[in-house]
Design a binder for this molecule. Structure first.
Ligand SMILES: Nc1ncnc2c1ncn2[C@@H]1O[C@H](COP(=O)(O)OP(=O)(O)O)[C@@H](O)[C@H]1O
Ligand SMILES: [Mg+2]
Length: 240
């Protein structure tokens, strides 16, 4: 179980102190596929980064299987099996796709293994293995290579931040199937931040995050009608 307890992340700007995450609590049982959705700027990426240890939280705790990991570094959390696919993945000049995949897997992958991971995200593997993960790749290509590298790590908890961003329709279909298969055939906990109905429909539970808080959560069939209305106000009304 991944648990977030009373998480707060504050920043100081010209308007004063602002809570980007505002006493946010959430429990994600092991093996579930949870989709986090909600309006832009609601705090979803900040929550993902707080779970991965990429930002120092101002208050609250992150627990993995009962262990308080709030003070642990990114590397330590990665070792415990948490992986994060960035909303906007970094590029690495001088590193080839196959090197990145080996680094992610923690061992030298054979060509077949490497190709399988790339195929899972809709990339024609042999065209990419020796390409550098630099500005020569399009946004959608870098995004898919990033997702493939998270898959190659085989983490117990995988967080994907808007995996659909910049990805064409055909690759998106393939990616949706990959998430579905991964959920069916593994015990991994999948946390997918998404606005896409096809991904939302894969969820065991949908969590609506807005204004730094969980506004509503529940099973897919209960949440979907309200999500499709696409306004927090409607969702709040349904909750009351
Ligand atoms: N380090 C920061 N400093 C100032 N504002 C931030 C910082 N990080 C995030 N924000 C702001 O917090 C809000 C939530 O951001 P984010 O978590 O990226 O939202 P989402 O992923 O839901 O679209 C946004 O308004 C964003 O501009
Ligand atoms: Mg985001």
């Amino acid at each position: 179980m991944l648990e977030v307890k009373n998480l707060t992340f504050s920043v100081e700007d010209d308007k004063g102190r602002q809570n980007i995450l505002n006493d946010l609590s959430l429990q994600i049982p092991t093996g579930k596929l949870v989709v986090i959705t909600g309006p832009n700027g609601g705090g979803k990426t900040t929550l993902a980064k707080a779970i991965m240890g990429l930002i120092p939280v101002s208050g609250g705790q992150v627990l993995l299987d009962g262990q308080d990991i709030t003070a642990l570094s990114i590397t330590e959390r990665a070792r415990l099996g948490i992986g994060y696919g960035f909303q906007q993945p970094p590029r690495f000049k001088g590193i080839r796709v196959r090197d990145l995949m080996d680094l992610a897997a923690g061992r030298k992958l054979n060509q077949g293994e490497c190709c399988n991971y790339l195929t899972e995200v809709g990339l024609c593997a042999k065209d990419y293995l020796d390409r550098e993960v630099d500005t020569g790749l399009s946004g959608g290509e870098v995004k898919r290579i990033e997702i493939a590298s998270v898959l190659a790590r085989r983490c117990g908890v995988m967080i994907f931040d808007e995996p659909e961003a910049g990805i064409d329709l055909w690759s998106f279909s393939r990616l949706t199937e990959t998430f579905q298969d991964l959920h069916k055939n593994s015990d991994a906990t999948l946390i997918i931040i998404s606005h896409q109905e096809r991904i939302i429909k894969l969820a065991d539970e949908i969590v609506l995050v807005a204004e730094g808080k969980v506004q509503k959560k529940g099973p897919c069939q209960e949440m979907l009608p309200c999500i499709l209305q696409d306004t927090v106000t409607t969702c709040s009304r349904i909750t009351e």
